[in-house]
Design a protein around this ligand. Sequence first.
Ligand code: ASN
Length: 345
Amino acid sequence: QDASAAAAAAAKAAAMAKPNVVVLATGGTIAGAGASAANSATYTAAKVPVDKLLAGLPELANVANVKGEQVFQIASESFANDNLLTLAKRVSQLAKQADVDGIVITHGTDTLAETAYFLSLTVHTDKPIAVVGSMRPGTALSADGALNLLSAVSVAASKDAKGKGVLITMNDQIQSARDTNKDVNIETRAFQSQWGSLGMVVEGKNYWFRAPVKRHTTQSEFNIDDITSLPSVEIVYSYGNVQPTAVQALAAAGAKAIIHAGTGNGSVANRMVEPLRQVQAQGVTIVRSSRVPYGFVLRNAEQPDDKYDWVVAHDMRPEKARILTMLALAKGANTKELQRMFWEY
Ligand SMILES: NC(=O)C[C@H](N)C(=O)O
């Protein structure tokens, strides 16, 4: 009797000593299933419920006390603004709980970086938040989801990941939500940042090499607890022979800002300048970004931004410029404030 009571007490003490991590599941390939083990790219995303994902990974129990919550079960290309708001509000609530040490979000990889950036801008906490997905479904040979998830939980459970903002943990890398993007669409080294990874997670230990210098989480002026809706901010892609039809249609449909995904250094075709200025005169904010993945857009280089009162997106991809612009406009920011935000976040 005494021996089993002592064993139970020891087990309880061991569980209490371990960090508590909540896994918020949203779907994606990490919850995907294919017809055969040879299907690494042909499968259905968002199939496997979070309880099953966690049960299939008993190694998690050595790292943390893990609880799962199914927030959505969708492929991430179908994420909408409502999903961002619901998810960020839940993350914020959990982060305030004394019995939560870290949070993991499982997510499809297609828009994972957008969600991660949104969370890094809106959730006020220094607790680790790790966003994770996979490139192959769990049914495939060399599936990457299980190790990615174990690494995400281990990063979220670690004290040394505190205060580093929202992290993307894929392929053994620990990356910053801000400037990491899905740059390869079929290999497990999918996520890259032109400024490099923050570190690596190997066998449950973090190895850090850098820290983010841009404002995030506790230093952010945006707070999900105060946000109830997001304005329509849309993207227009540029290419040879581009026509103003899309810009005009989006403005007519009520867009509050247009992110112009320009060529090169955010350059704008002659025939697009006047249409952009016309919709701007109707109240649409114009942000110049680039369709080129690396480098950054310089103010007043390709276009006279000061003269036109246009904003440049710095090194933000068009889809991430959209996230920051939505949050800025939701707060009533003008173009000067929005430009400052692009330098600071
Ligand atoms: N690898 C993936 O997760 C891709 C999938 N289409 C998604 O984003 O949900």
